[in-house]
Design a protein around this ligand. Sequence first.
Ligand SMILES: CC(C)(COP(=O)(O)OP(=O)(O)OC[C@H]1O[C@@H](n2cnc3c(N)ncnc32)[C@H](O)[C@@H]1OP(=O)(O)O)[C@@H](O)C(=O)NCCC(=O)NCCS
Length: 145
Amino acid sequence: MINIRSFKPIDTFSVIKLASITLPEQYNPSLFTFFYETYPKGFIIAELNHKIIGFLVGVKIHQKKAKILMLSVNPDFHRQKIGEKLLFQFIKTIINENIKRVELEVRTDNIKAIKFYEKYNFKKVKKIKNFYQNEESAYTMRLII
Ligand SMILES: CC(C)(COP(=O)(O)OP(=O)(O)OC[C@H]1O[C@@H](n2cnc3c(N)ncnc32)[C@H](O)[C@@H]1OP(=O)(O)O)[C@@H](O)C(=O)NCCC(=O)NCCS
C-alpha cells in the first residue's frame, strides 16, 4: 500500500536519485536539506514497501501563498494517482495554515505535468521566457483554493 508521509533527512539519498531520473535539472544535495529546513511540512514522500516512489517539495512564500518547487513520481508508477496523493497532501497542509493560493512553474513543453495540474484546476497565469538554466520558458500556474 502507498504510504504518504513527511520527508526525513535519511530519505535524502533516495530523493536525489529519484530527482535525477525524473527532473531535467541537476540539484545540489544541500538544496534538499535547505527545503526541508525551510518548510518541513511541505516536503512530502510517497513510498511503497519502504521504497520512495515519489516526492513533492513545497514551501510557504508568505502568509497567504505557497509554492510547489518540485514534484516527481517514479516513471514505473505513473498514472497510478501517486502525484495526486502528494498534491492533495500538500493542499491539505496549506489549507490547515489558511493559505489560499498555490503557484508553481512548469516547462512550457512539459505537457504531462501541465495536464496533471490542469486536472486539479491549476490555471496558466503567465509565461516566463528563459526561466530555466537552458533558457527554456515556463508557465506559472496557480490554484486558488
Ligand atoms: C506530472 C507527474 C508528477 C504526474 O504524476 P502521476 O502520479 O503519474 O499522476 P497521477 O496518476 O496522479 O495523474 C492524475 C491525473 O493527472 C493527469 N495526468 C497525469 N499524467 C498525465 C499524462 N501523462 N498525460 C495526460 N494527463 C495526465 C490525468 O488526468 C490523471 O488522471 P487519469 O490517469 O485518471 O487520467 C509525473 O508525470 C512526473 O513525475 N513527471 C516527471 C516530473 C515532472 O514533470 N514534474 C512536474 C514538474 S513541475
